[in-house]
Design a protein around this ligand. Structure first.
Ligand code: NAD
Ligand code: IPM
Ligand code: MN
Length: 371
């Protein structure tokens, strides 16, 4: 039987609550479908800081590097607001992304039919929405040097973050976006700010050159990122694939998440480059949302973003395409039945806890296997 190793990092706040629902699915798939998942759990974020003073230990970092895939919950919370910058909870996630070289972050924003009324936008604007944001994840202002705060000695301080991009970084993320567009509606919109940023000038130049060299069959458009944010809420269905840098991708994907009804709905996959020999790639799967300190510990968080991230893991890391399809359909089925966590609650629906939502999805997944 195939063994598939999963390293699970539930993290803080609602991270462990959402991850518990994925564990139920893994247990079901191992017992009933011989999925062969072998799981191990580690600490990340505030929980890792509390245990050993760093946002992820070297030992857990090694386990993440060695696993077939990493499942990540969420990190952060007010408890760690005062800790040093280098060991703050978010530093654990950034280290995972950087050390595993997970340069491609795929953030699909899909409007499930049953949730068409849950968006803050008019129903006709988001019905049938299917956007994929491809966010560059290991470069830009998140990692560029210098990154400093200097005391100027006159009662003033100066903070510097550097937006840095090299040609190869833009080329490879553009390649991912074009390849994925070919499997969808064949169109890519690249977003940057070449009107103010040198990195935007290079971004546009390299995306255009990559398109001309290898992907001229794909429709390519360019948009300034601020206008892109506006267009995402004005007419979101105009987009198929959006490719953008690390910081713009962070902001635009939160916007896209709300189009779908709740941050609790948006999954993501962070992928490295395929290995030249084996074709396998390092990967981490995480919801787009954070640790949601305002609702943590109450058992009311929406686990769908985490569960849909696991569906992406089945698809991208294990080529378990029919299982991934079944799991995504199970989410849809449960929503069609009017089962809702509080964040997506609507009139006439049944409000359930995190755990009840997880159970309903496991049951719908199981039923689809017996059909
Ligand atoms: P957040 O995503 O945690 O929460 C924003 C709002 O959305 C909150 O009102 C929250 O209750 C709601 N929400 C988020 N996920 C939900 C879910 N699954 N179900 C129901 N409601 C949900 O963002 P924030 O409040 O800005 O950040 C809180 C902490 O999380 C910070 O420390 C931040 O750095 C961290 N963060 C971590 C990640 C991550 O680990 N990947 C991502 C974003 C933010
Ligand atoms: C995300 C988060 C992270 C980011 C934080 C927690 C480091 O907001 O994954 O969207 O800014 O990338
Ligand atoms: Mn974010």
């Amino acid at each position: 039987m195939t063994t598939r190793t999963l390293f699970m990092l539930p993290g803080d706040g609602i991270g462990p609550e959402a991850m518990a629902e994925v564990s139920k699915l893994i247990a079901y798939m191992n017992s009933n479908e011989d999925a062969g998942f072998k799981t191990e759990e580690g600490l990340v974020g505030g929980s890792a800081y509390d245990a050993h003073g760093a946002a992820i230990s070297d030992e857990d970092m090694d386990k993440a590097m060695a696993a077939d895939a990493v499942l990540f919950g969420a990190v952060g919370g007010p408890k760690w607001d005062g800790v040093d910058y280098d060991v703050r909870p978010e530093a654990g996630l950034l280290r995972l992304r950087k050390d595993m070289e997970l340069f491609a972050n795929l953030r699909p924003a899909i409007c499930y039919p049953a949730l068409a009324a849950a968006s803050s936008l008019k129903q006709e604007l988001i019905e049938g929405l299917d956007i994929l944001i491809v966010r560059e994840l290991t470069g830009g202002v998140y990692f560029g040097e210098p990154k400093t705060i200097t005391d100027l000695g006159n009662g003033q301080k100066r903070a510097v973050d550097s937006q840095v991009y090299d040609t190869y970084e833009i080329e490879r993320i553009a390649g991912v976006a074009f390849e994925l567009a070919r499997t969808r509606s064949n169109s890519v919109c690249s977003m940057e700010k070449h009107n103010v940023m040198k990195s935007g000038v290079l971004w546009k130049e390299v995306v255009t050159a990559t398109h001309q060299a290898k992907y001229s069959d794909v429709t390519l458009t360019h948009m300034l990122a601020d206008a892109g944010g506006m267009q995402l809420v004005r007419q979101p269905k105009q987009f198929d694939v959006i490719v953008t840098d690390n910081l713009f991708g962070d902001m635009l994907s939160d916007v896209a998440a709300m189009l779908t009804g709740s941050l609790g709905m948006l999954p993501s996959a962070s992928l490295g480059a395929p290995d030249a020999k084996t074709g396998s790639r390092k990967a981490l799967y995480e919801p787009v949302h954070g640790s949601a300190p305002d609702i943590a510990g109450q058992g009311i968080a929406n686990p769908i973003a985490m569960i849909a991230s696991f569906a992406m893991c089945l698809r991208y890391s294990f080529s378990m395409i029919s299982e991934a399809d079944r799991l995504e359909n199970a989410i849809s089925t449960v929503l069609d039945k009017g089962i809702r966590t509080g964040d997506i609650m609507a009139e006439g629906c049944k409000q359930v806890s995190t755990s009840e939502m997880g159970d309903a999805i496991v049951n719908a997944y199981a039923a689809s296997g017996q059909a």
